[in-house]
Write a protein that binds this ligand. Structure first.
Ligand code: NAD
Ligand code: DAU
Length: 349
């Protein structure tokens, strides 16, 4: 039996990781520590909430006493750390929360793990990071490698970069067994509708305008969230201690092209006249300091760990659209809450 702490398991990616571990490893006991911020939603885990090998704890990763108590109670063998403030636009509106959770929270977890893991045999602290720490690619032929220098450009990515540095420092200074992965943009079921894809789906469904920042020429590399969870599973079990792995979909899209594809799928699914959804596109003020392009070279994880994306983009988009259309209650619960205040602050000024 192994005891694993997963942080941020009620969020978008975390809920897919928790589900995969609880269902796949009956001999693991998974503790999900999540503060349930606006982004955390226990509805995401309804299907596994009663599993014998799963327990949810509502709490803050910055709360050292709580984290210490959990380590004492469960004697964790591993940590998979996903809890974070994750949205660039919110980091522009309010950077401080990103420093608290992403930096102080990560260092709190590292400290407690270091204090408890006097014998590090069989232990692993796995930190989930982002490709945004590498900055913005201006040249279309460049890719982010694990050796690319950090150059974060938003308060979100600066806070994530800082947390990555602390994780490596705890490995170098204290010998804490760590591994890090840096992933590209995820999409799929359960993503909070402040991020591009679910926002577009939700707005089309509700006949609201689709806000495209600037000219829509920014490029992102998209990966289906379940493929990210599979990569995390593989790295947790087969990653080399101290190493970093880049994870990506090799699937680059300009925002405007991606949104046009989504519009076509939505027209079909909602049985609307072809071209109707595209009419909702509206070009709005650009994001401050908007990174132009992210693109991942994931050859290291492909060669060393034998992971590659399994879900084709067109298929993943259709699965995602179907999920949002069939989970109206999930979406409406979010749209009726604090979300409205965020939305007007972000888009209606
Ligand atoms: P999310 O915003 O959907 O979920 C974050 C979760 O963390 C929520 O459940 C929230 O309640 C919880 N949380 C926030 N602050 C907390 C705190 N102080 N204590 C405990 N729990 C807290 O985020 P996501 O998109 O699922 O991202 C998860 C991780 O993956 C993050 O570390 C993010 O940087 C990273 N990442 C995300 C993407 C992406 O495309 N979404 C890509 C690469 C990496
Ligand atoms: O690259 C990995 C990162 O991907 C993760 O680390 C972040 O947690 C995750 O949020 C995501 O960051 P982005 O900023 O790339 O994602 P977002 O969905 O916010 O935006 C995607 C692109 O779409 C980006 O170029 C901004 C643009 N956009 C976004 C929104 C919300 C718009 O044009 N209009 C919008 O309304």
């Amino acid at each position: 039996m192994k005891n694993i702490l997963i942080t941020g398991g009620a969020g978008f990616i975390g809920s897919h990781v928790v589900r995969l571990f609880v269902n796949k490893y009956e001999d693991y006991f998974v503790v999900n520590l999540d503060k349930l911020t606006y982004a955390g939603n226990l509805e995401n885990l309804k299907d596994i909430e009663d599993a014998d090998n799963y327990s949810f704890v509502k709490g803050d990763i910055c709360d050292e006493k709580l984290v210490d108590e959990l380590f004492t109670k469960y004697e964790f063998d591993g940590v998979i750390h996903l809890a974070a403030e994750s949205h660039v636009d919110r980091s522009i509106l309010n950077p401080m929360e990103f420093i608290n959770t992403n930096i102080i929270g990560t260092v709190t977890l590292l400290n407690v793990a270091k204090n408890h893991w006097t014998d590090t045999k069989g232990k692993l602290f796995y930190h989930i990071s982002t490709d945004e720490v590498y900055g913005s690619l201006e040249n279309l032929t460049d890719f982010f490698l694990e050796s690319t220098s950090y150059d974060p450009k938003s308060p979100y990515s600066a806070a994530k970069a800082s947390s990555d540095h602390f994780v490596r420092a705890y490995n170098n200074t204290f010998g804490l067994p760590i591994v890090i992965s840096n992933c590209s943009n995820n999409y799929g079921p359960n993503q909070f509708p402040e991020k591009l894809l679910p926002l577009v789906i939700s707005n089309i469904k509700n006949n609201k305008t689709i806000p495209i920042y600037g000219k829509g020429e920014n490029i992102r590399d998209w990966l289906y969230v379940v493929d990210h969870a599979r990569a995390i599973d593989k790295i947790f079990h087969r990653g080399k201690i101290g190493e970093t792995y880049n994870i990506g979909g090799s699937n680059e899209w300009r925002n405007i092209d991606l949104v046009r594809v989504l519009c076509k799928i939505m027209d079909e699914k909602l049985e609307r006249e072809s071209g109707q959804s595209e009419k909702l596109i509206s070009f709005v003020k650009d994001r401050a300091g908007h990174d132009l392009r992210y693109a991942i070279d994931s050859s290291k994880i492909q060669k060393e760990i034998n992971w590659r994306p399994s879900v084709k983009f067109e298929e993943g988009l259709r699965l995602t659209v179907d999920w949002y259309l069939h989970n109206e209650k999930w979406l409406n619960n979010i749209l009726s809450g604090d979300y409205q205040q965020y939305y007007s602050e972000q888009y209606e000024n």
